[in-house]
Design a protein around this ligand. Structure first.
Ligand SMILES: NC(=O)c1ccc[n+]([C@@H]2O[C@H](COP(=O)([O-])OP(=O)(O)OC[C@H]3O[C@@H](n4cnc5c(N)ncnc54)[C@H](OP(=O)(O)O)[C@@H]3O)[C@@H](O)[C@H]2O)c1
Length: 268
C-alpha cells in the first residue's frame, strides 16, 4: 500500500458504487483524495467516512458534462493542492437499449459520450499541465470488459468507452516519455447502482465493489497500461486477430444468458 501514501488522487464518480469504495481504500492507504461527482451530500458522506478512519479527503461537486463546471472543479483542485499525482476518470453513465429502439434517441449517444468521454477528457486536459510540470503523473481511465468481448444492447455506452480507450493510447504515446503513465481498467460486471438499474441482472454473478476497488488500488500501485480479466485479455486478442468471428461468437451465448436471467427474474 505504501505507493499510495502522500499521493494526491483526483477520483471522479466518488459518490457511489466502485468510486466510493475505492476512495475509502486509497485514503486508508495514505492517499489524499479529491472526490468529484454531482451529489454533494453523497460526496460529503464518503469524505466523513474517510476522515472518521483518519484519512484525508476534499469534496469538489461538479457536473462534468458542463464544461464550465468541469473547468471550475479542476481549477479549485489546482488552487488547493500543489501536486496532482493521479486522475481516475471513473464517473460514467450506462444505457442498455437495442439500436433498433434508439432510432429516435440520438440523445442516448450524446449523453453517454458527454460524461464517459468528454467529461473525462475535459478534466484530463485541465490537470495534465500540472502533472507535466511536476515531472509526471498517472491517468486511470475506466472502461469495461464489453469493449473486449463484444455484446449487444450497449452501443452508446460502449462507443463512448472505446473513444476513451483510444484517447488513453494517444495520451500514453505522446506523453509517456515525460513521465505520464496511462492505465485503462476493463471491469467485468460489478454489483453497483449502475448495474442494478437493469432488474434482470439481479441474478447475474458479478464482482463486488470491494474487488473492483482493489483493481483501482492495484492500478495506482503498479501503473500498468491495462487491468483486465483473463476473459477480457483473450477477447482482445481474438478481436484483433479475427474481428468477425470474435463479434459473432458471443451473441448466442449472450442471448441465452439474457433469456435465463429473464426467466429467473419472472419466477421471483
Ligand atoms: N457496474 C458495472 O457493472 C461496471 C462494469 C464495467 C465498467 N463499469 C465502470 O465503472 C465505473 C464506475 O461505475 P459504477 O458501477 O460504480 O457506477 P455508479 O455507482 O452509477 O457511479 C457512477 C458515478 O458517476 C458519477 N457521475 C455520473 N454522471 C456524472 C456527471 N454528469 N458528473 C459528475 N459525476 C457523474 C455519479 O455521481 P453523481 O450521480 O453524484 O454525479 C457516480 O458517482 C464507470 O466508469 C462504469 O462505466 C461499471
Amino acid at each position: 500500500m505504501s505507493r499510495l501514501r502522500g499521493k494526491t488522487i483526483v477520483l471522479t464518480g466518488a459518490s457511489s458504487g466502485i468510486g466510493a469504495v475505492a476512495a475509502q481504500k486509497m485514503a486508508a492507504a495514505g492517499a489524499r483524495l479529491c472526490l468529484v461527482a454531482r451529489d454533494v451530500e453523497q460526496l460529503q458522506a464518503v469524505q466523513q467516512e474517510i476522515r472518521r478512519a483518519g484519512g484525508q479527503a476534499w469534496v469538489y461537486p461538479a457536473d462534468l458534462t458542463i464544461e464550465e463546471q468541469a473547468a471550475a472543479c479542476a481549477q479549485a483542485i489546482l488552487d488547493e493542492h500543489p501536486r496532482v499525482d493521479v486522475l481516475i476518470n471513473n464517473a460514467a453513465r450506462s444505457i442498455r437499449r437495442p439500436i433498433t429502439e434508439a432510432l429516435d434517441r440520438l440523445h442516448d449517444y450524446q449523453r453517454t459520450i458527454q460524461i464517459n468521454f468528454i467529461g473525462a477528457v475535459s478534466l484530463t486536459l485541465k490537470l495534465l499541465p500540472r502533472m507535466l510540470e511536476q515531472g509526471g503523473g498517472q491517468v486511470v481511465n475506466i472502461s469495461t470488459l464489453s469493449t473486449q468481448v463484444p455484446i449487444p444492447l450497449f452501443s452508446a455506452y460502449l462507443a463512448s468507452k472505446s473513444a476513451l480507450e483510444s484517447f488513453s493510447r494517444s495520451l500514453q504515446a505522446e506523453l509517456g516519455h515525460q513521465g505520464l503513465d496511462v492505465t485503462v481498467v476493463h471491469f467485468p460486471m460489478v454489483r453497483t447502482p449502475m448495474s442494478g438499474r437493469t432488474d434482470i441482472y439481479k441474478h447475474m454473478r458479478m464482482m463486488d465493489t470491494e474487488g473492483a476497488a482493489n483493481w483501482l488500488v492495484r492500478a495506482v500501485k503498479k501503473r500498468p497500461a491495462r487491468i483486465a480479466s483473463p476473459l477480457g485479455k483473450v477477447g482482445s486478442v481474438l478481436l484483433a486477430a479475427a474481428p468477425g468471428m470474435a463479434t459473432r461468437l458471443p451473441q448466442p451465448l449472450f442471448r441465452l444468458m439474457d433469456w435465463r436471467l429473464k426467466k429467473k427474474f419472472e419466477r421471483d
